[in-house]
Write a protein that binds this ligand. Sequence first.
Ligand SMILES: Nc1ncnc2c1ncn2[C@@H]1O[C@H](COP(=O)(O)OP(=O)(O)OP(=O)(O)O)[C@@H](O)[C@H]1O
Length: 499
Amino acid sequence: MSRFWRPGSEKPSASLVDDEEGGVLFLPTNTNASSSSSGFGYASLERLRQRLPVYKYRKAILYLVERHATTIIVGETGSGKSTQIPQYLKEAGWAEGGRLIGCTQPRRLAVQTVASRVAEEVGVKLGEEVGYTIRFEDETNPGMTMIKFLTDGVLIREMMEDPLLSKYSVIMIDEAHERSISTDILLGLLKKIQRRRPELRLIISSATIEARSMSTFFSNRRKNSLLKPADGLPNPEPAILSVEGRGYTVETHYLEEPVSDYLQAAVNTVLIIHEKEPPGDILVFLTGQDDIDAALKLLNDEIQHLGKHYFDLVILPLYSGLPRGDQDLIFAPTSKGKRKVVISTNIAETSLTLEGVVYVVDSGFSKQKCYNPISDLESLVVAPISKASARQRAGRAGRVRPGKCFRLYTEEYYLNEMQSDGIPEMQRSNLVSCIIQLKALGIDNILGFDWPASPSPEAMIRALEILFSLGILDEDAKLTVPIGFQVAEMPLNILQLAT
Ligand SMILES: Nc1ncnc2c1ncn2[C@@H]1O[C@H](COP(=O)(O)OP(=O)(O)OP(=O)(O)O)[C@@H](O)[C@H]1O
């Protein structure tokens, strides 16, 4: 293993420079995209790993993780962040002595697929050295598992048993741009844990995260400007690393004119791709199950009408409520002469690699939570996605071969009107379950909690009022015994229903 940089050795690259503002390190953009070659089918998995853009940064990543408490890694979709970084950490010894390398994903499907890919690359049985935990499913082996993938919700629940997450040496919060409530709670809690466990390393990674604001959040400079790393401890100031290069090119196509019916436009685009483009599966992003069902029906009607050539299309839905067996169909290889069309919600937006997918169709919409604290009404509305989401969607192509992304909106709209980032879920949700979770973890001063994005005071006060009226919190805003503590044991989404 001598080619791997190991903790304690020299700075890996002369081109790694200290940022003048202190503590933050950047790599200049002097590397090229690594994997434009063909013939990947003949290469071993190890050679495939080495062709990923992130491979050239392996030493730099290990160096920064060794030296800094928090490392923020920004790299294109498909560059190898989720599958490679945990392996580099293991190879460098971060899982020795019974310690764990944790990697969170915002969604269960991503946890399972990334974990099984990593197990395959490491050459071990899933659930042994490489495992995963999602709600109701624990594929890990205590004492044996070194790399553990899990949802951020599961990691928060682990804190109930082990508040300082003492088993973990490194925790990687992947796809941090998603900013789900769980991710934001986790980021706030991890920042707190770092004060008690300065040796804990955090990695915050995404293709589309605003690295500077994340760095400011984890920076300890404001609190103590004289803070210097103690002997043997990492620098508390975060480092930022930009991984340059992408796997394969993704050609983007926009509509010349806006359309009023994105569903019909999506169906038409699938049919045109099938007629005009070479073989390759299609991944279509719509908003929810109702949309997906309607698109399935429309497509099937068109296929019956258009005739034989279109019978080669194998159409599959994908949404979180779909039974596991049906979800798994999307990973099955496509039979010769057939073309798979997966019609999905944003469940497939991040982390997933669907090997056959060459074409992505992006409707430009998703279902998003929206909350009014005055009426206490929370609803799911169909709303335009952000540029970050659009980039993630496009990034589902170009992972194992070049791809194309068909955006069902105009380029002008994308450039001038689409928001850069989505609003964090925390700022558009009912906060009842979030507050219960924090209380159960012993966070009494909710109003003073260090959030990456503060929720509105109205939503906070409303949630505290509701919890008090239900007898879950007492007059001192503490969890009541036994009701409050019993409710806190319930999973987040059940809590939402219960309140
Ligand atoms: N299940 C799989 N089958 C085939 N190739 C895969 C699979 N999973 C990953 N890969 C390969 O590994 C590459 C890196 O994937 P990885 O998920 O680590 O990238 P990433 O940088 O985390 O991307 P994203 O930001 O989109 O999650 C993919 O582009 C693909 O080439």
